[in-house]
Design a protein around this ligand. Structure first.
Ligand code: PGA
Length: 251
């Protein structure tokens, strides 16, 4: 059996955090210093904090990521941020296709694939998010939706080194609800199969994260599901103590 991909526990701060929040990264970095953890750890702060976060995290186990990038390298796109800018500010990865962007900004799979390709071109790991809505879940359309999103959002040139998938059921995000471990295992194993079809053996080494109401209390159980290689965490990543409680699943 192929070796499992190295797990990643990534925190998505979303539109939260000011310079005062950098103390959470400081705490996280110093606490991790004393621990042996079997996963990579990442914080995706708002882009305004990336440069300073990079300084705070220097020499620690904490990696940094962006929350979104534009598909273009530069140009007249007011308010947007390119993958190259994120790289320059200290990111090693970027989340693309988060359901909040798919919903708020009407991003399609094609848009997401273009953003992921821009990430790759700038040597950033693309964390590509997929997940069904509550209506799709209730209609038992989860696997069909995920198949289409993987097919449409995976850019050419995706490899296990430059791509991570995050399965985030839209109805589980910020709601306190989660699928059962059995359901998570079923979807993640399905994702692995779809990746196999697209990437061949390479797929075995692609990390597949679960996201949606991951907390210290449920992390261990969710992370034990088949083909789960880490977590993408929103609310519980804002405080270092909560986030460390999730990372503890990999101690
Ligand atoms: P949540 O968010 O942990 O607050 O549910 C997860 C996410 O959107 O990545």
């Amino acid at each position: 059996m192929a070796k499992s991909p190295k797990a990643l526990v990534a925190g998505n701060w979303k539109m939260n955090g000011t310079r005062a929040s950098l103390k959470e990264i400081r705490t996280l970095a110093s606490k991790l210093n004393d621990k042996k953890v079997k996963c990579n750890v990442m914080i995706c702060p708002p882009a305004t904090l990336l440069c300073e976060a990079k300084e705070v995290a220097k020499g620690s186990k904490v990696k940094l990521g962006g929350q979104d990038c534009h598909a273009a390298e530069s140009g007249a796109h007011t308010g947007h941020i390119s993958a190259g800018m994120l790289k320059n500010a200290g990111a090693s990865a970027v989340i693309v296709g988060h359901s909040e962007r798919r919903a708020d900004d009407g991003e399609t799979d094609k848009d997401v694939a273009a953003k992921a390709a821009a990430a790759h071109a700038n040597k950033l790991t693309a964390i590509i998010c997929v997940g069904e809505t509550l209506a799709q879940y209730e209609n038992k359309e989860t696997l069909r939706v995920i198949t289409a999103q993987i097919k449409g959002s995976l850019p050419e040139g995706a490899t296990a080194k430059n791509t991570i998938i995050a399965y985030e059921p839209v109805w589980a995000i910020g709601s306190g609800l989660t699928p059962t471990v059995k359901e998570v295992a079923k979807v993640h194993t399905h994702i692995r199969k779809r990746l196999n079809a697209a990437l061949g053996d390479e797929a075995d080494q692609v990390a597949i994260l679960y996201g949606g109401s991951v907390k210290p209390a449920n992390a261990q159980e969710l992370m034990s599901a088949a083909n789960v290689n880490g977590a993408l965490v929103g609310g519980a990543s804002l405080k270092a103590t909560d986030f460390l409680g999730i990372i503890a699943a990999y101690e």
